[in-house]
Design a binder for this molecule. Structure first.
Ligand code: CO
Ligand code: ZN
Length: 330
């Protein structure tokens, strides 16, 4: 699976600019879907038809990644920018970002008042090697994502954009392995999650599913003086019970736990105090649906070195296949 993970995490695709990412995923899944299309916002939707009288199930993983957008170019050719999604100043000094045309820029900030202080985004800039506004290869409105190569070290997988390319990998792998299902399943690779679950919202309105399952990362509570949270890296997929945007459907949580227990898949229960996922958008779309989320535990979310555990990824795929392959009794 590492080859596929590398391909996805290293690809360019900030929110609103997911085209290239979508092509990579489409090529990967085409042979396994009964029907495949792209909607008006750019969501990639792959349908796997059921052979029973199961439910209509929407599975969502977001293709987009956090990034920056150029607001202004100085006379000397330095780029000022705003954030696309949750980009934090303390993760930025010395970062490299990549634009759609392949141009790479280095992020830095104006002189700091003290070494333990960080400026806000407005005092940061990107250096692409231009010497003036006129010879700058990048325009106002151009978007960039971080540039970092994938690293597999022991069971730890490290990359930018594990959020949520690793969820996309789980969806792709599950679609490939799902031989039979009683359900009408729609795998949605959604756009613009990082700016407010916009892609999942329109897709969910259109599909009007009975059940919605998001695949996304969640934080962990296992680092020095980290957040208080009962999720650990390598302790299994996390079945979401609650986050800041939703409370999972209790019946769906029960089904997820039962499938994990029957199949001997380790799992943990997730209560995340900040942030949400595409599951929120699915839950409250049109007349609503029973929504939940399989979360892949991830350290350092929204940094350029997000870490997941290989066994958690594999077990997330297994859990999703178990859920989709059998009747869902809510
Ligand atoms: Co995110
Ligand atoms: Zn995410």
């Amino acid at each position: 699976m590492n080859e596929l993970i590398q391909k996805l995490v290293e690809a360019y695709g900030p929110s609103g600019f997911e085209d290239g990412m979508r092509e990579v995923i489409q090529a990967e899944i085409e042979a396994y879907a009964d029907e495949i299309w792209v909607d008006a916002l750019g969501n990639l939707i792959a349908r796997k038809k059921g052979d029973g009288d199961g439910l209509k199930v929407m599975v969502a993983a977001h293709m987009d990644e956090i990034g920056v957008m150029i607001t202004h170019i100085t006379e000397k050719g330095f780029l000022r920018f705003t954030n696309i999604g949750g980009v934090f100043p303390h993760n930025l000094m010395g970062a490299r970002v990549q634009f759609a045309d392949g141009t790479v820029g280095v992020v830095y900030s104006e002189k700091l008042d003290g070494r333990d202080k960080v400026h806000g985004l407005d005092k940061h800039y990107i250096d692409v090697g231009a010497t003036s506004r006129d010879d700058c290869p990048i325009e106002v409105g151009a978007a960039a994502g971080f540039k970092r190569s994938f690293l597999a070290q022991g069971s730890q997988l490290v990359a930018k954009s594990m959020d949520d390319r690793i969820g996309c990998v789980v969806g792709i792998e599950a679609l490939k392995r799902l031989k039979k299902t009683p359900h009408d399943v729609y795998f949605v690779f959604s756009v613009q999650e990082e700016v407010g679950t916009r892609g999942a919202q329109t897709a969910a309105n259109a599909l009007n599913a009975d059940v919605g399952i998001a695949l996304d990362v969640t934080g962990t509570g296992d680092t020095p003086e980290g957040r208080t949270m009962a999720v650990g890296l390598g302790d299994g997929p996390a079945i979401k019970v609650k986050d800041a945007g939703m409370i999972s459907h209790a019946g769906l949580v029960r089904v997820m736990r039962a499938r994990a227990e029957e199949a001997g898949i380790p799992y943990q229960l997730e209560v995340l105090e900040g942030g949400s996922t595409d599951a929120r958008a699915m839950q409250i779309a049109s007349a609503g649906c029973a929504a939940g989320c399989i979360s892949i535990p991830c350290r350092y979310v929204h940094s350029q070195s997000e870490i997941v555990d290989a066994a958690d990824v594999e077990n997330s795929v297994k859990l999703l296949v178990e859920i989709l392959g059998r009747p869902i009794e809510l």
